[in-house]
Design a protein around this ligand. Structure first.
Ligand code: PNS
Length: 159
């Protein structure tokens, strides 16, 4: 049985992420989605527990998907859940460069392989950074995120 780990910041989880998880769910027998801290990104909107809950609610229709938040290295998370592959979405050439570097580094660290899945053009411009910025400035992103995430963003904006 092949288990795939889908790691990411997911702050917050958006429709592009959901598309990648749905594709991984169709390709692999077991999928573990892991919100993990990205040390290169500051100013988080949701803590890991909240991200875990939002992803669980957004992927409830996928029977072979479970959520496990991790701190530390992605390769350790992959090892802990017995994942043979790491799956990441790619929106652009810029993403590809970044993902290739991480894929090679993770392979160097543990031998884990990475499968890169292109995001469909429908969501290729969606980024969590922009979702956070637009929400903080009072804009509406409810059509770019799954309903459980949209509900939390609305609650956050109302505070
Ligand atoms: O959603 P993102 O921000 O593109 O995901 C990047 C993430 C969180 C997967 C990456 O930053 C990561 O793996 N962080 C955990 C720490 C780690 O393993 N760093 C070495 C990466 S080669």
């Amino acid at each position: 049985m092949t288990t795939a780990l889908v790691p990411g910041s997911f702050d917050p989880f958006h429709n592009g992420h959901l598309e990648v998880v749905e594709a991984a769910s169709a390709l692999f027998e077991q999928v573990v989605v892991a919100p993990v801290p990205n040390p290169q990104k500051a100013g988080s909107m949701f803590d890991l527990g909240e991200r875990e809950a939002m992803i669980a609610e957004s992927t409830g229709h996928l029977r072979n998907v479970r959520i496990e938040a991790f701190g530390g290295l992605t390769v350790r998370a992959a090892d802990a859940v017995g994942a043979a592959v790491v799956v990441k979405g790619v929106r652009s050439v810029a993403d590809f460069d970044n993902e290739m570097q991480m894929a090679h580094m993770n392979f160097h660290l543990s031998g884990v392989r990475t499968v890169l899945l292109p995001t469909s053009p429908r969501w290729s411009y969606v980024a969590s950074t922009l979702v956070r910025e637009i929400t903080r400035l009072g804009g509406d992103v409810s059509d770019l995120v799954p309903p459980p995430v949209a509900a939390r963003l609305v609650a956050l904006a109302a505070r």
